[in-house]
Design a binder for this molecule. Structure first.
Ligand code: ZN
Length: 232
């Protein structure tokens, strides 16, 4: 009863006077806390009891967890600035409901690409790097018309990613990688200086074992692939 009366009193004051409303809002945490205390206490007690009992009692059956999809891949951080999810998300996959989970044994390959190319490049430019396309499942690669031998279809042997750095020239990024990194294939794709530095993107791949080819190429729509990078 007492609580109800207090609440009603506060409501009336608030409606009459906006200043009082603000003042009441400032003071309200205490008032709210005291008003809620009777409601919170039982909740706290309820929570405290199982917590205290948990160590001694057997695990509580968790149907909710079991019915949830099992994530077997080690998702999460690959380096200071890269997470696996950046490489697996795809608008086409989302739109068309195409599964796009990389095989678990391909994780060392993308880890190597991050460690030896992407993170060093990101550090050198000091700007965030966007992953335009990372992993592609066979189905996704078909859906977007990728090459049937695309290294975007990660395996235990290789991984590839299409990258760009907004605020830096993508051709400069390609040249930096060529000069400073070991890679299998490096492609400057659809770069047009007339469009400005954000034009195009850079494809880069790496092999886990064996010698990387260190092959640099340029791709232009209508012209296909030509050897070497465009000059800076
Ligand atoms: Zn690519």
């Amino acid at each position: 009863m007492a609580t109800t009366k207090k609440k009603q009193g506060t409501k009336k004051k608030v409606r009459r006077n906006p200043r009082a409303r603000r003042a009441a809002a400032k003071k309200s945490p205490k008032a709210r806390a005291s008003a809620r205390r009777p409601e919170r206490k039982p909740q706290g007690r309820r929570r405290a009891t199982p917590r205290a009992a948990t160590p001694a009692s057997p695990a509580v059956p968790s149907r909710d967890y079991r019915s949830a999809p099992v994530v077997e891949l080690p998702s999460g951080r690959l380096s200071a600035n890269f997470e696996l999810s950046e490489f697996t998300r795809s608008q086409t996959a989302s739109r068309e409901g195409i599964p796009n989970e990389p095989p678990a044994d391909s994780i060392p390959a993308i880890q190597k690409l991050v460690d030896e190319v992407l993170q060093p490049a990101r550090d050198a430019f000091g700007l965030s790097m966007n992953i335009n396309s990372g992993y592609r499942s066979l189905e996704l690669n078909r859906a977007i018309g990728g090459s049937s031998t695309s290294q975007h279809m990660w395996t235990a042997e290789h991984a590839a990613a299409d990258i760009e750095i907004f605020g830096a020239d993508n051709l400069e990024l390609a040249h930096w990688i060529e000069e400073n990194c070991d890679y299998d294939q490096l492609i400057s794709e659809c770069y047009d200086p007339a469009e400005g530095p954000n034009s195009g993107w850079v494809h880069v791949s790496i092999k886990v074992r064996g010698r990387n080819r260190k092959e640099s190429l340029t791709y232009q729509r209508g012209e296909g692939y030509t050897p070497g990078l465009p000059p800076l």
